[in-house]
Design a protein around this ligand. Structure first.
Ligand SMILES: [Zn+2]
Length: 304
């Protein structure tokens, strides 16, 4: 069962695109959004806006926003932003990058405001850093699987594909900039995740393994060739990350018995259940697995 990522260009209306620019403007606390800012915080590609509205300028106009003087950089409204807010944002970037000495380039890539505006306000980049008194963040040593597992967790919780902005604590254990560093972009991380989920390994299918027959007594002088016997090798009892995700996706991230889901009910936890219990010979294969909430799953195992 293959699945694909949401295709942003195809299934969204102009109104939804415009709403997304307005949302980004709201998040930035500004009445204009530069292409660079949108590129970082928006759900769609800048090219989509160009295609739909002719230009970024007309998209902004459609959204009732002002056109920035410098569409790729910060604009003049930044001179009105309080210093504390600029410092807070520098600290946020430093924390996300897990770096003390963030460079102008780092800030331009991840910051909300223009680095030039910050330099102007503090009289230089180093002075601004001094004012921010930056501290070193934690360093993670995560494997690809950790990154994928975290995406799967967030996805399961939301019941749908997570958005860039949703990859924040406490929902996401890894922050978005770690994904960007590892995979280049969030979209790319999602694509690698899908590739991973759609791949299969041998352990996911029951296999016919050939093993030599065990004989307790060795026949004395008869020269019998060792008979080979076909032994059915069982699947693992516990579904792996890929199987778990595929089954939940198939079941719509909902309990198949009562319909409850973490997306709609606080405290709801989903489990993977064997339809024919593993203890009774049921294999850990997608056809024999289903999604249950913890209370339905508990009720079921008590009856057995
Ligand atoms: Zn249930």
């Amino acid at each position: 069962m293959k699945f694909q990522l949401t295709e942003p260009n195809k299934q969204y209306s102009n109104a939804e695109l415009i709403e997304d620019i307005q949302r980004v403007a709201g998040e930035l606390g500004k009445n204009s959004v530069s292409q660079r800012e949108y590129d970082r915080l928006g759900n769609f590609s800048y090219q989509t806006f160009k295609k739909r509205f002719g230009s970024w300028k007309s998209a902004l106009k459609e959204a009732g926003l002002e056109q920035s003087k410098r569409p790729w950089g910060g604009d003049l409204t930044e001179t009105r932003i309080p210093k504390e807010q600029l410092i807070a944002d520098m600290k946020r970037v430093a924390g996300e990058l897990e770096k003390q000495a963030i460079t102008i380039a780092d800030y331009d890539k991840h910051g909300k405001f223009g680095s030039s505006a910050i330099c102007k306000r503090f009289g230089g980049w180093n002075k601004a850093k001094e004012a921010a008194n930056l501290k070193i963040g934690r360093v993670y040593n995560s494997t690809d699987e950790d990154y994928f597992e975290n995406i799967a967790d967030v996805w399961e919780h939301l019941g749908r594909q997570p958005r860039y902005q949703e990859m924040t604590a406490p929902l996401s254990k890894l922050n978005i900039s770690s994904y960007e560093r590892k995979f280049g972009t969030w979209r790319n991380a999602l694509e690698k995740f899908v590739e991973y989920i759609n791949s299969k390994d041998d352990a996911e299918e029951p296999q016919e393994a050939i093993e030599p027959k065990k004989s307790a007594i060795v026949p004395k002088k008869e020269e019998k060739p060792i008979k080979k016997q076909v032994v059915k090798k069982r699947t693992n009892r516990i579904a792996n990350l890929r199987q778990r995700f595929r089954v939940m996706k198939r079941d719509g991230f909902k309990c198949v018995l009562c319909g409850s889901s973490p997306a709609t009910q606080v405290g709801c936890e989903l489990h993977i259940d064997h339809i024919i219990p593993w203890s009774k010979g049921g294999e850990t294969v997608e056809e024999n697995l289903r999604t249950l909430c913890s209370s339905c799953n508990l009720g079921r195992s008590n009856k057995e």
